[in-house]
Design a binder for this molecule. Structure first.
Ligand code: GTP
Length: 240
């Protein structure tokens, strides 16, 4: 059961679309989304205000489609739509667990979700609702990591919790190279200089300019979000 005083008051959780696939090659694994919803619920019960930016790579990858000849902007817009599917699915999973949730999209589709109004998003958080930001930044050529940095700044989040498939940042790809070494802490400049592909440079630079810490951790390991909120060292911390 969740306990103790949380380390952070307001967090931005960045979930990649791939995190929702589980072992499936495509789409959403219902068990995975239920587990993630449970972790968010635990954080919420601890009194933490949780905002989520969700990716769409489990459904459509804009960069890959553009590499195959599709217009990049069109491909990115399709990717943004994919994030809305994920956001609505996560909302459903959270509300099944009794966690009030609002989906806010950067691209207006008011029949499905709310449009992005910064002050309203903050108000939802203050009222104890989980806020899921869909539609990225609403612009092509920007990743959902950049959307997470931007929204985190706008809502004055204390930290970005970047959920990935690996348990932190390594000097090499740990999936391909077993000699890869994990970093416990890095500076923003380290990440940029070494070209560590944990978040794109725009997202990292935005965090650097505003001194917003990023914790990169594995979502595959259950309970990590709670561990971070309890102040345990999990994953890799990127800071000034
Ligand atoms: P408060 O005014 O702070 O109580 O917030 P609230 O979200 O409970 O109230 P509101 O009346 O704004 O919203 C009620 C429900 O309608 C919520 O589930 C919202 O997510 C949803 N909602 C609000 N605005 C929109 C919109 O533009 N489009 C869609 N699809 N739903 C909306």
């Amino acid at each position: 059961m969740p306990e103790a005083i949380p380390r952070y008051r307001r967090v931005m959780l960045k979930l990649s679309g791939e995190a929702l696939m589980g072992t499936k090659p495509y789409g959403i694994d219902a068990d995975v989304i239920t587990d993630i919803a449970e972790e968010i619920k635990d954080a919420h019960q601890m009194g933490v205000e949780v905002a989520v930016v969700i990716g769409g790579g489990n459904i459509f990858r804009g960069i890959e489609a553009s590499a195959k000849g599709m217009d990049r902007a069109t491909a990115d817009y399709i990717g943004m739509l994919a994030t809305v599917l994920n956001a609505l699915t996560l909302q459903d999973a959270l509300e099944k667990k009794g966690v009030y949730t609002r989906v806010i999209s950067a691209i207006e589709m008011k029949e499905l979700c709310e449009p992005y109004i910064r002050r309203r998003a903050i108000r939802h958080l203050e009222k104890g609702r989980v806020v899921i930001f869909a539609g990225g930044t609403g612009n092509p050529y920007f990743t959902t990591d950049t959307a997470a940095s931007l929204r985190a700044m706008e809502i004055h989040a204390d930290v970005i919790l970047k959920a990935t498939k690996v348990d932190g940042i390594y000097d090499k790809d740990p999936v391909k190279d077993p000699s890869a070494k994990k970093y416990d802490e890095l500076t923003y400049l380290d990440v940029l200089r070494m070209g560590l592909r944990v978040m794109d440079a725009t997202a990292v630079s935005l965090c650097m300019d505003n001194r917003l810490p990023i914790i990169v951790f594995s979502i595959k390991e259950k309970g990590n979000i709670l561990r971070i909120l309890r102040g345990e060292k999990v994953g890799t911390l990127v800071k000034a």
